[in-house]
Design a protein around this ligand. Structure first.
Ligand SMILES: *[C@@H]1O[C@H](CO)[C@@H](O)[C@H](O)[C@H]1NC(C)=O
Ligand SMILES: *[C@@H]1O[C@H](CO)[C@@H](O)[C@H](O)[C@H]1NC(C)=O
Ligand SMILES: *[C@@H]1O[C@H](CO)[C@@H](O)[C@H](O)[C@H]1NC(C)=O
Ligand SMILES: *[C@@H]1O[C@H](CO)[C@@H](O)[C@H](O)[C@H]1NC(C)=O
Ligand SMILES: *[C@@H]1O[C@H](CO)[C@@H](O)[C@H](O)[C@H]1NC(C)=O
Ligand SMILES: *[C@@H]1O[C@H](CO)[C@@H](O)[C@H](O)[C@H]1NC(C)=O
Ligand SMILES: *[C@@H]1O[C@H](CO)[C@@H](O)[C@H](O)[C@H]1NC(C)=O
Ligand SMILES: *[C@@H]1O[C@H](CO)[C@@H](O)[C@H](O)[C@H]1NC(C)=O
Ligand SMILES: *[C@@H]1O[C@H](CO)[C@@H](O)[C@H](O)[C@H]1NC(C)=O
Ligand SMILES: *[C@@H]1O[C@H](CO)[C@@H](O)[C@H](O)[C@H]1NC(C)=O
Ligand SMILES: *[C@@H]1O[C@H](CO)[C@@H](O)[C@H](O)[C@H]1NC(C)=O
Ligand SMILES: *[C@@H]1O[C@H](CO)[C@@H](O)[C@H](O)[C@H]1NC(C)=O
Length: 576
């Protein structure tokens, strides 16, 4: 009897064990802990320890536990055994979890896409890549000498870099890179309290086929979504540029916050964009327009694509050679000079004008980009500032293609007069009439007609609330918890802005403007709007107010406010 009982009970035990064994799952969670903390997962009512999955990363914890009956959540455990738990329960899983993020209620957010309204330009052969993961926010942890980072952050205008290790964790991937060169990105953005970074991987390393990426701080955009939308729309109208997505970033022992990630326009970007990533691709020169430099200013030159007979003057700093041709010299301004010479002498109303233009310029790339400058309100682009664009010498087509970039000051974030930007009549847009390439191309009747049609068609098909609101609402839903997190994070920049008395802004406009846009102030900038921008940089503007508008700042329309205004005004302009 006794024997039978014990046999039966041991059978029961092993059956129970078998059931339990079959429903063991691996839990994985991403967060950065203090040395004095450990991670655990509470499954139903019992807590199981999680450990760093690999010595290569400080942010990914994994461990086994039973599948939950009612639910589970992750807990941070202090050395005194105090527990900080996620304030919600996660639904039971029967398989290994993805790499979840501590205290985020979602892993994968479903986001409405914009329609692809124009096919990609014929020149584009973009390599497939996992870099931009729709509906996810991967995490990057940078680890390097903190003393050197403190030096970099404390002197943000100096050009320092820190060799670091970087780990990247998304829902399904955990990647690790050694010898990554980390430096500060941008020019005037270095004056802001939240800084942007360049990551340059070791020669042979790639992050989803890219060697260099930028982490964009989104510091001037309290809606956080301007760059995402602008890059989405650039893609939707078939132009070449980077794409954009969000990441969370940590540096050594501290969070840096919510960032955007874009590809840097350097090797192997051209091969990835124009040759499906081919390693034997022979690229031409990629020139970048960067407005002006102190040296070019003394010569009265900005990067507006006007012709200069003195070739040396192209190298005064208003342009950069972002990438030299595969077979070319490191410094060579001749192709750019030839291109600007064509612009200055191009035919306008001769019968062969269109054919001649197309031999030299991918005219669709330029006209579509210029339509977006107006419709997305580029405050820092070719029209307004002769800034933030590339022209690429495409050897295959033997012509130049225009590439827009840097889209933070868009969609109503501006240092120009909003009423001139969103009037719906493109001729009031700041700078439009003075840029040589625009002035010339609009003199060709067919291109003039095409430009007007593009403005009307883009508005009708894409840049109106009916087409953009679903995506905006989904992005906002996805970002809500991360924006709240980002706002709590102490900034590491030396914040030159914060040291300027904002009430003095109106009295010392030039220094404030210099801080916003760089060293020199263009003629057509609106000083009152620019000063207003400087004043709002350190102000706290609520997320939803920044998305919806109005914000109370003349330098910042709400994103939705911009789109409804421009679509209404452009439609009105073409109806009258
Ligand atoms: C680590 O612990 C210290 C002291 O309790 C605290 O000030 C700091 O915020 C903690 N850091 C993190 C990342 O939790
Ligand atoms: C967890 O504990 C609570 C309170 O002690 C109890 O009411 C509940 O039934 C337990 N749940 C599970 C799944 O064991
Ligand atoms: C991490 O490093 C320690 C000490 O070098 C080693 O014992 C351990 O096995 C490593 N763990 C992993 C997951 O690689
Ligand atoms: C345990 O440690 C944490 C972190 O240092 C602290 O915030 C908390 O107050 C401590 N709890 C107790 C009961 O000492
Ligand atoms: C970090 O850099 C500083 C300054 O160069 C140097 O003195 C220090 O030894 C470095 N620390 C480590 C851990 O390498
Ligand atoms: C900042 O860097 C510049 C250039 O490297 C250097 O001349 C200057 O002394 C540094 N300033 C401080 C405060 O470290
Ligand atoms: C050509 O441009 C360079 C660079 O701006 C300048 O130093 C030089 O004086 C110019 N030459 C002439 C002849 O203007
Ligand atoms: C364009 O939109 C703005 C804001 O919605 C409005 O103030 C303005 O009057 C509109 N029309 C013109 C022609 O500017
Ligand atoms: C604009 O749309 C109309 C109607 O669909 C089409 O006929 C025209 O070709 C389009 N224009 C351009 C420049 O794409
Ligand atoms: C948006 O859709 C509604 C309903 O179909 C329509 O009445 C309105 O004109 C559309 N607005 C725009 C800007 O296309
Ligand atoms: C979780 O996030 C919310 C904001 O979404 C925040 O209020 C709360 O303090 C966080 N809790 C923990 C334990 O991190
Ligand atoms: C700015 O100038 C105005 C008018 O000159 C003056 O009233 C005001 O006090 C000045 N503000 C500051 C902070 O200097």
């Amino acid at each position: 009897m006794h024997l039978l009982n014990s046999l039966i009970s041991s059978l029961l035990v092993s059956t129970a064990l078998a059931i339990e064994m079959s429903s063991i799952v691996q839990y994985s969670v991403v967060d950065l802990l203090n040395q004095s903390e450990t991670m655990g997962v509470t499954v139903d009512n019992a807590t199981y320890p999680l450990r760093l999955r690999s010595n290569n990363t400080r942010i990914l914890y994994s461990g086994m536990g039973p599948a939950a009956k009612s639910g589970y959540n992750y807990v941070r455990i202090y050395s005194n055994n105090t527990v900080v738990e996620e304030p919600f329960k996660r639904a039971p899983v029967t398989q290994n979890t993805v790499n979840e993020f501590f205290n985020r209620t979602w892993n994968n957010y479903s986001i409405a896409r914009l329609p692809q309204i124009y096919p990609p330009l014929a020149a584009i052969k973009r390599v497939p890549s996992q870099l931009h993961k729709e509906g996810q926010i991967p995490t990057i942890h940078i680890s390097g000498n903190q003393t050197l980072f403190d030096k970099m952050h404390g002197n943000s205008t100096a050009d320092l870099s820190v060799m670091s290790n970087v780990s990247y964790v998304s829902l399904n991937d955990s990647l690790f890179y050694q010898d990554v060169e980390v430096s500060l990105a941008g020019r005037s953005s270095r004056w802001l309290p939240k800084l942007s970074y360049n990551l340059k991987l070791d020669k042979k390393d790639r992050l989803y086929k890219y060697r260099r990426v930028k982490l964009r701080a989104l510091a001037t955009d309290p809606s956080y979504i301007r760059e995402q939308l602008a890059y989405d729309i650039v893609k939707s109208v078939g132009l070449a540029s980077s794409e954009f997505s969000f990441v969370r970033v940590f540096l050594n022992d501290q969070p840096l916050g919510l960032f955007g990630i874009i590809e840097t326009f350097q090797d192997p970007w051209l091969a990835n964009t124009f040759a499906s990533g081919s390693t034997s691709y022979k690229n031409g020169y990629l020139y970048q327009g960067v407005f002006m430099s102190p040296q070019s200013a003394t010569q009265g030159h900005i990067s507006d694509l006007s012709y200069i007979s003195n070739i040396t003057a192209y190298g005064d700093g208003q342009y950069k050679i972002k990438q030299e041709a595969s077979k070319g010299d490191k410094v060579n301004w001749k192709p750019l000079q030839d291109f600007t010479k064509f612009i200055s002498t191009a035919p306008t109303n001769q019968s062969n004008a269109v054919i001649t233009w197309k031999k030299h310029v991918d005219t669709d790339s330029f006209l579509r980009s210029m339509a977006l400058e107006v419709l997305l309100g580029f405050a820092d682009g070719y029209f307004a500032m002769a800034d933030n664009y590339y022209v690429y010498q495409n050897l295959e087509a033997n012509n130049y293609i225009y590439i827009p970039s840097d889209m933070d000051l868009t969609l109503g974030s501006t240092m120009f007069n909003l009423s001139q930007m969103w009037s719906g009549n493109y001729s009031t847009f700041p700078g439009l009439k003075t840029r040589p390439l625009m002035e010339k191309i609009l003199q060709v009747p067919q291109f003039n007609k095409q430009y007007n049609e593009l403005l009307a068609n883009f508005t009708n098909m894409l840049i109106n609330p009916n087409k953009t609101n679903n995506r905006i609402d989904d992005l906002v839903g996805m970002l809500q918890e991360d924006v709240a997190w980002d706002k709590t994070i102490p900034r590491v920049g030396d914040n030159i802005f914060g040291q300027i008395d904002p009430t003095a802004a109106g009295n010392d406009t030039s220094s404030i403007l210099g801080a916003v846009i760089g060293s020199a102030v263009p003629m057509n900038m609106d000083p009152v709007t620019a000063a207003n921008m400087a004043q709002r940089i350190n102000a706290s503007i609520p997320f939803m107010t920044a998305v919806d508008g109005p914000t109370g700042y003349i330098s910042l329309a709400g994103v939705k406010e911009w789109i409804s205004s421009i679509s209404r005004n452009v439609t009105g302009f073409y109806h009258s």
